[in-house]
Design a protein around this ligand. Structure first.
Ligand code: FAD
Length: 382
């Protein structure tokens, strides 16, 4: 089969196959039960670490498997293709928590934390969002006050993926005055005194815990600071760009799952003496789904190629994220429509994906905020 874009060489196709085999062996047979029970087996981290899956996209010198942004996206797409987003999010939280450490952290921190996380021994999470607002990052309220060789952290974070079980949290804190110029990034170990965490119940992604975290006078060594004090906002924004490419890849994988499920069902189910696929209306729905997937893939692959080449592409990534969110919502909805009543019954992948399909139009930057961001970077904003 021809690779879909020159960014995918023969090696990346081999890796794609390896991930699919891992998913078929370690995820697909169990994930429905994990999802219903709301559990994530900790040993899956170690298995994914040993298979090299956690390290895809990360530098080899820190325990990664290399491959840059191409592999970063590829692994998310393939995990999402299983239809079990909760498992993907549980495994891939490191994809947003670790890059700021590798980009801005001290050499000692990189060598200590990255191999533990990429091997699956330790879990990491990114904690930016707060109860008072997730979109308005520049106005976050959690403080870190310097006292001697330590920071003392006070405040709250919410909606944090893997926030309950994380051993390391990459936390956005206010170390200076108001606005974006007073924000820093700090690594906070999960077992520090003064941290309390609760799991939030949510409409989907039941395998992935979503933490509400309180920091009450939590003492953290000043050496845990990432980059310059009060210079964290740029690091957060750069990290969002990577996260959004990964989210687009996940939405493509999940859309493909919906499409493949719908194609299969349309060739099994008969109405009015014909297979569903023999009704023109249903065929058109399937073609519309395939068209959406093709458009998303084209946008993502082009941007992976451009960003790998050194471009920043802020507006284009924001547009990609909002486009993929809306396209995925539509594809998930049409897949349920093709399944009819069966699409509403638990146990079908399309039921779960549809129920979860709003999440990534909100998380990682809502569609409205993405379009606003794009408008500021397209050169004509009011
Ligand atoms: C399941 C899940 C997992 C998550 N995981 C993480 C995580 O790991 N780490 C983390 O830090 N965060 C995480 N988040 C938080 C997520 O990033 C935020 O929910 C998101 O950024 C939106 O923030 P908010 O929920 O506070 O909504 P708000 O900022 O309160 O916005 C509410 C609504 O108003 C709209 N809105 C806001 N401002 C504007 C504007 N200027 N113009 C037009 N419309 C606007 C928004 O689009 C949205 O529709 C997660 C969220 C979910 C649901």
């Amino acid at each position: 089969m021809a690779a879909r874009h020159p960014i995918y060489d023969a090696d990346s196709e081999t890796i794609r196959e390896q991930i699919r085999r891992f998913c078929a062996r370690e995820i697909e047979p169990h994930a429905e039960a994990w999802e219903e029970e709301g559990i994530f087996p900790r040993e899956l981290y170690a298995k994914a670490g040993a298979a090299g899956i956690l390290g895809l996209g990360f530098p080899e010198e820190y325990g990664g498997a290399g491959g840059g942004i191409t592999y970063y996206c590829l692994v998310r797409e393939e995990l999402a293709r299983t239809g079990f987003a909760g498992v993907r999010v549980g495994l891939m939280g490191l994809g947003i928590a670790l890059p700021p450490i590798l980009k801005l952290g001290s050499e000692e921190m990189k060598r200590r934390i990255a191999p533990e996380v990429l091997s699956g021994e330790k879990i990491s999470a990114l904690a930016i969002s707060e109860p008072e607002g997730g979109s308005d990052v520049a106005n976050l309220r959690t403080t870190a006050r310097r006292e001697g060789d330590e920071y003392i952290v006070n405040g709250e974070k919410t909606f944090i993926s893997s926030g309950v079980r994380a051993d390391y949290m990459t936390v956005a804190v206010r170390t200076g005055g108001p606005g974006m110029a007073g924000i820093s990034l700090l690594v906070v170990e999960g077992d520090r005194p003064g941290i309390s965490r609760t799991n939030l119940k949510k409409s989907g992604w039941w395998t992935s815990d979503t933490g509400h975290i309180h920091f009450d006078d939590v003492r953290v060594p000043a050496s845990n600071l990432l980059g310059e004090e009060n210079g964290g906002f740029k690091g957060i924004m750069n990290n969002f760009n990577l996260e959004r490419l990964g989210i687009a890849a996940s939405l493509i994988g999940s859309s493909r799952c919906c499409y493949e499920e719908a194609v299969r069902y349309a060739h099994e189910r008969r109405t009015f003496g014909k297979l569903l696929a023999e009704h023109q209306v249903v065929r058109h729905k399937l073609v519309d789904m395939a068209t959406g997937i093709q458009a998303m893939e084209g946008m993502l692959d082009n941007l992976v190629w451009r960003v790998t080449g050194g471009e920043t592409c802020i507006a284009e990534i924001a547009m990609l994220k909002s486009f993929c969110g809306a396209t995925h919502e539509r594809i998930a909805s049409e897949a349920v429509q093709i399944f009819g009543g069966a699409g509403i019954i638990r146990g079908h992948k399309v039921e779960r994906i549809f129920r979860e399909s709003k999440i990534l139009s909100i998380g990682g930057g809502s569609s409205e905020v993405m379009k606003d961001l794009a408008s500021r970077h397209l050169g004509w904003s009011a």
